[in-house]
Design a protein. Structure first.
Length: 131
C-alpha cells in the first residue's frame, strides 16, 4: 500500500480586510508559495462592501449606477480571475485558498469541482442544503 502524503495548510483568520489589501496579501503569498517559502494557505476573512468584476464580465453587468454604488460606499475592482460580477460584504465569510496544485491537481476546473463538492458536503453536515 503506498504511503499517504500529508500536506500542511496554514489557516489565517484575518477578520475584516479591505479588498485591495487582501488582494496584495494574496499576490505576496502566491509568490512566496511558488518559491516554497510558505506552506499552502487558506485566508478566511470578510470585506467591506465591494464589487469585483471578473474577466468574463463587464461593468455594465452591475445593476447599480456608479453614483448609487459610490453613494452606498461600495468599492469596485476589475480583477484577473474568471467569472462575472461578485459582491462581497460585511458578515460574508470569504475563503481564499493559495495552494500548490502540483503534481496531481494541475487541472484547475477539476480542482474547482472537487472544492465545490467538499463545501456542499460540509454544509450538509450542518443541515444546510447547497448545490
Amino acid at each position: 500500500m503506498p504511503e499517504e502524503k500529508v500536506s500542511t495548510i496554514e489557516v489565517r483568520e484575518l477578520g475584516r480586510v479591505a479588498y485591495g489589501e487582501a488582494l496584495n496579501l494574496q499576490t505576496e503569498l502566491v509568490n512566496r508559495r511558488r518559491l516554497g517559502e510558505v506552506p499552502d494557505q487558506l485566508l478566511l476573512l470578510e470585506h467591506p462592501h465591494v464589487i469585483t468584476v471578473g474577466t468574463s464580465s463587464a461593468t455594465d453587468h452591475i445593476l447599480l449606477s456608479d453614483e448609487e454604488r459610490t453613494g452606498r460606499g461600495i468599492e469596485l475592482f476589475e480583477v484577473g480571475r474568471g467569472g462575472d460580477v461578485t459582491y462581497h460584504g460585511p458578515g460574508q465569510l470569504v475563503g481564499y485558498p493559495i495552494l500548490s496544485l502540483n503534481p496531481d491537481r494541475k487541472d484547475l476546473h477539476r480542482y474547482l469541482r472537487d472544492l465545490e463538492e467538499v463545501l456542499i458536503g460540509t454544509l450538509a453536515q450542518f443541515g444546510i442544503p447547497a448545490g
